[in-house]
Design a protein around this ligand. Structure first.
Ligand SMILES: [Zn+2]
Length: 202
């Protein structure tokens, strides 16, 4: 790729290629698309991004994302079983489980997994908030739905050691989730079965 772009183009490529799944080539394609489409395309993208920044916040209970002026659609839904909490790595996994498994409890999003290599610790992930949530909301059962990778297992072990000894039932999704796999690669039927056939740890 030539390295003689005008600086604004260079900067836009640099910023866009920071996005997940977008390399330099795709970033360049996006920049050229925006330049070709003109100001209306750039303005609508700007508008969407600034609304995202200004109007969305993290829900203090499930740690999923919600509109600032609205109640969290998950936590405020009276049809959900408030006594069961499913612990997931990401908001994507939360949506995946919710849309494909028929699970209708509540959630706690970790926003990452414990990983000494990447510097993600229980403190940086604020995993202790989970303990507070359990106490405050009188949670009776925790389903740990972190992936079956080294980091997912380390995180599950930490959570188990953090809450065992109390009266909370702890289970781990199992059956059919391949070792080393991310939940997003698992089909919805398998995921549904994995939740239904969760094994109790304590
Ligand atoms: Zn919520």
């Amino acid at each position: 790729m030539p390295n003689n772009f005008p600086e604004p183009i260079e900067n836009a490529i640099k910023e866009i290629s920071k996005l997940p799944g977008i390399g330099k080539k795709s970033a360049l394609r996006i920049v050229y698309f925006l330049l070709k489409e003109g100001s209306s395309a750039v303005e609508s993208l700007e508008g969407a991004l600034s609304t995202l920044k200004n109007n969305i916040e993290m829900c203090s209970k499930c740690r999923g994302y919600k509109e600032k002026t609205e109640e969290c659609p998950v936590c405020s839904n009276p049809k959900r079983d408030k006594s069961i909490l499913c612990v997931v790595e990401s908001t994507q996994d939360m949506h995946l489980i919710d849309s494909s498994s028929g699970f209708r409890g509540n959630y706690f999003v970790l926003h990452g997994l414990i990983s000494p290599v990447r510097g993600a610790t229980p403190e940086s992930l604020k995993i202790d908030d989970l303990k507070r949530r359990i106490e405050e909301d009188g949670i009776g059962e925790i389903i740990i739905a972190t992936p079956y990778t080294a980091e997912g297992e380390a995180t599950a072990s930490y959570i188990i050691s953090m809450i065992e000894g109390g009266s909370v039932k702890i289970s781990r999704i199992g059956m059919g989730i391949p070792i080393g796999s991310e939940l997003s690669y698992v089909d919805s039927e398998t995921l549904s079965r994995a939740l239904a056939l969760r094994r109790e740890i304590k």
